[in-house]
Design a binder for this molecule. Structure first.
Ligand SMILES: Nc1ncnc2c1ncn2[C@@H]1O[C@H](COP(=O)(O)OP(=O)(O)O)[C@@H](O)[C@H]1O
Ligand SMILES: [Mg+2]
Length: 245
């Protein structure tokens, strides 16, 4: 097996069932992500991007197919082991930040570390991470005292404080004005470079997608060729470097 593959999504199908009718949400989605890549997942609203990310994170299960994250088949893990894998390997950033309102920035960022280390160490690491995202002066503020851009920086710090191998971001700039969004994006790029992070970013902003190493286009739950909207063959899903190298 290719040692550099960190994420392997194999023939994922997802159907939703409302008791009367079955709605197909994802059809036969397959792709790989290599260590250090920045892959963007592009598609219109309702195309299945968030559903796919949930399955890639083991938050949701596919109807068929499987996801191998850092060598582990998510289908084969129990809830507790999945939670552990998520805590150790994965960082996730959402469009709506999802910070805990009753906690300070420092407590929010420290929270993923609580299950592993003593409190003082957690808070030290969290404070370092908040300094790295430019919020050293905001440690003791609660989310409602922060701007949208600052809240997303806290969420990024929380996602990265555990030093995950891969970061998923679901429209991370979708709730920010364009200049704040640009600053957040630049921060993510800088941290990615510093930490050697793999990044899968959902966006419907083509300008943002163009800056990534590779774009995957989802349309009606299928990976498609961006120009023709035709379903992709397997060959097209492999990074260009394979053919070049
Ligand atoms: N819990 C749910 N119940 C019913 N339909 C859902 C649910 N979650 C998602 N969907 C449907 O699945 C499709 C894909 O949704 P989603 O993954 O959120 O797309 P995107 O993130 O690309 O906007 C949409 O048609 C949406 O209406
Ligand atoms: Mg979505």
């Amino acid at each position: 097996m290719d040692q550099n593959i960190i994420l392997d999504v194999q023939s994922v199908n997802k159907d939703l069932d409302n008791g009367i009718k079955t709605f197909p949400i994802l059809h036969n989605v397959s792709f790989i992500v290599r260590q250090g890549e920045w892959v963007s997942l592009v598609g219109p609203s309702g195309s299945g991007k968030t559903t796919l990310l949930g399955i890639m994170a083991g938050i949701d299960r596919p109807t068929q197919g499987r996801v191998i994250l850092d060598g582990q088949d998510l289908n084969k893990l129990r809830e507790g082991d999945l939670a552990k894998l998520r805590n150790q390997k994965l960082g996730i950033v959402f469009q709506n930040f999802y910070l805990i309102n009753t906690m300070t920035a420092l407590e929010n960022v420290a929270s993923p570390l609580f299950i592993r280390q003593d409190r003082r160490n957690c808070f030290n690491l969290a404070a370092d991470m908040l300094h790295r995202v430019g919020l050293g002066h905001r440690l003791h503020n609660r989310p409602h005292q922060l701007s949208g851009g600052e809240q997303q920086r806290v969420a990024i710090a929380r996602a990265l404080v555990t030093e995950p191998s891969i970061l998923y971001a679901d429209e991370p700039t979708g709730n920010l004005d364009s200049s704040t969004g640009e600053q957040v994006l630049e921060l993510m790029q800088e941290l990615r470079r510093q930490m050697g992070l793999t990044l899968v970013m959902v966006t419907h902003d083509r300008q943002i997608a163009r800056r990534s190493d590779r774009e995957l286009h989802l349309y009606d739950g299928r990976l498609t060729d961006a120009k023709t909207l035709q379903p992709l063959g397997q060959a097209a899903l492999t990074p260009a470097s394979v053919w070049a190298g």
